[in-house]
Design a binder for this molecule. Structure first.
Ligand code: GLN
Length: 213
């Protein structure tokens, strides 16, 4: 499959999930579609009634009310974004609600370990990439979201090692925070899009509603 680069001219497009003429009050959620399991996020969000666009070009960020950055490989995201895409995304995450899962969470973090890596620096956490080692590459575990049990799929998951004072812990697995929020930015180290449960995406949509400009 051809790789779509953030600045690539030819393949980038918005899937026809929006109606450009019809004004609607529905909020539009973008899913960064450079790599990873973006389509699973699209499905979960649509199940909740959101209007979703797959974001493949920096300009598309101007048309959305919130953004999901999916899992994948955070270093590959940085490459595909390029300097221009990275700067545009950095502006976006400072003003509009954004939800990063796994590699997306790594991109949002202020501090990244194993190895150190630059990021958007908008979420006051320290996160360690591939923190569970090779033996437990992926696993499905039960965690807790807002006091209720929830299935969590971990794939080469990072671990949140430290949360700053302004960060709210939304979900835990064992003693570890696995979903957090600071202001309009939310992150999860697991993959909620891979479980048949819309609760985590629903929390994000409420956040988008709350910060809707
Ligand atoms: N290990 C990946 C990284 O470090 C994240 C894995 C994922 O997104 N499932 O970027």
């Amino acid at each position: 499959m051809a790789r779509v680069t953030w600045n690539g001219c030819c393949r980038a497009r918005i899937l026809p999930t929006t109606n450009d003429e019809g004004r609607t009050t529905k909020m539009t959620i973008g899913v960064l579609a450079l790599q990873g399991d973006f389509d699973a996020h699209r499905k979960r969000l649509e199940e909740l009634g959101a209007k979703v666009v797959l974001v493949r070009k920096p300009e598309q960020l101007d048309q959305i009310d919130g953004l999901v950055i999916p899992g994948g490989e955070s270093s590959t995201f940085l490459k595909l974004l390029g300097e221009k895409g990275f700067e545009k995304l950095k502006e976006f995450v400072r003003v509009k609600p954004t939800f990063g899962t796994c590699a997306g969470a790594i991109l949002l973090a202020k501090e990244v370990e194993n190895p150190k890596q630059k990021g958007l620096g908008v979420l006051d956490i320290r996160i360690r990439r591939n923190a569970y080692g090779r033996q437990v590459d992926s696993s499905i575990r039960e965690g807790t979201l807002n006091g209720a049990p929830i299935e969590m799929v971990f794939i080469r998951a990072p671990k949140i090692e430290h949360v700053g004072p302004g960060v709210e812990v939304l979900a835990t697995e064992g003693n570890d925070p696995v979903a957090v929020r600071q202001g309009r930015v939310m992150a999860a180290t697991f993959h909620p899009e891979l479980s048949p449960d819309t609760r985590v995406h629903s929390v994000f949509l409420h956040l988008v509603e709350k910060f809707h400009l």
